[in-house]
Ligand binder design. Sequence first.
Ligand code: TEU
Ligand code: CA
Length: 562
Amino acid sequence: MAPWWHSAVVYQIYPRSFADSNADGIGDLRGVTAHLDYLADLGIDVVWLSPVYRSPMEDNGYDIADYTDVDPMFGSLADLDELIAGLHARGMKLVMDLVVNHTSDQHRWFQESRDPSSPKRDWYFWRPARPGFEPGSPGAEPTNWASFFGGRGWEYDDASGEYYLHLFAPGQPDLNWENPEVRSAVYEMMRWWVDRGVDGFRMDVINLISKTMPLTDGAVAPGDDVSYEVGLVVNGPRMHEFLKEMNREVGLTDRSLFSVGEMVMVDVDQARDYTDAAANELTMVFTFEHMMLDQEPGQLKWNHRPLHLPELKRTLTAWQDGLAERGWNSLFLENHDVPRSVSRFGDDSPQHRVASAKSLATVLHLLRGTPYIYQGQELGMTNAGFTSIEQYDDIESRQFYLLATQAGMDAEQALGLLALKSRDNARTPMQWDASPQAGFSAATPWLAVNPNHTWINVEAATADPDSVLHHYRRLIALRHELEVVREGRFDLLLPADETLFAYTRSLGADRLLVVANLGGDERGLPLGELPSLVGATLLLGTHDADRPVLAAWESRVYALQR
Ligand code: TEU
Ligand code: CA
């Protein structure tokens, strides 16, 4: 029998932006619990909750100071228990964010580790200065590794004269997974959450936990930022060992728990090894190859270039084919770290926003794998539209602006790139209704609501049978109803076409055709290059017409005649 998550649809909640129950301008757990019927009506099976743990919030909770407590900003453990009970009562599951590549520098493990004589010194990567360099002087970092957020990956600690490694912010020191005490402390914490009722984990940057020992320079001149070399910083030699151990020690497979590994810079072959059921590691990985197609190859996300549709199709196809026999895919176009898909890959103008959001959803949700919806995506929420640096909150965005302008980029250009790529695009408050703070909060929110909430919101979308929201509801229902959506074979059609995305899914005698016009001009249906539509039934479409022409951003799903 297929594992339960083969039919599941995941909804990601970024709690600080979802719903504020106590009018302090910040979303919280009771806010989530208040909206569970909305998620159940949509057809959601699993909620992935971004971190709610105690945290100084340098990276909005991805810097954890206490793994077994809820930050007062979000509520209490009792509120979390109530959320779990409310989800389970509606047949939904809860997946917690597990951030164990690093902790906060406020975590007591790290506080203890600051003392060189502490037994926890080795729980993190403390290293002396590069030989021949004065500690703390330029270029003295132990290796040339960079931080994912820009700048150096090492922070100098005056008190002990050594550096600690942080692949993200200085407030996010990397845990040393080579130390067995670290690993057992993490597994114990995971068991504690499972016993509390959670149904699985989304594992933050999990393929960074094994680094190649000893830590050495990457293959660029010392002083330059290393590009994240596979095997050195990413996908290190003990990855499979650690994941198998975690699976066994926490009982992930035994207890049929959900485990999705967020993995950067992983390829299809590696992903298959991580998610092969026989390996007992992860149920699926969450990867980014398709999210990097609108940046210059080998460069940072700020080196923007337009998406070329055939490349997106080629990448998605490689993952569909590569994880067909063994392994399992995650399907997503949005999360809390990337821009809104309708603004990025669709057309968020009033004329095309609804159709393009629906058609992007269609081509994604009818692939094979587990679809993820990021809060507000189901409404066709758009990028934030911020125009000044003060409007941004995100640590990565602010760091980019600072470093880029220091390096001579003019402010206009930096702001233009932020408007395209900033993580805050995804983090503006959820739009529930047309009221002044979008029904998110009775106070001024921590990040501004998008002015377009007056027409893009849950209340309006619920009332409109042609809304993006109802389209998502139908796509989810198709997955629940049709085995061909869950398990069918995927075949890409028209690979070189620059605006059409077309494919079939086949299982036994059942066959679906998905065809979408991902462009702003009307397109003829290339009937000669598609399977015959004679006797086909239209299961779902974005437009009324059943013509041999696709309108701008129109998509259709047909059940083909056997
Ligand atoms: O993200 C991992 C990751 O690769 C991103 O940081 C990415 O490099 C960045 O967002 C590019 O814009 C995870 C979390 O999803 C993210 O929110 C955290 O900031 C990060 O890990 C550190 O925990
Ligand atoms: Ca609140």
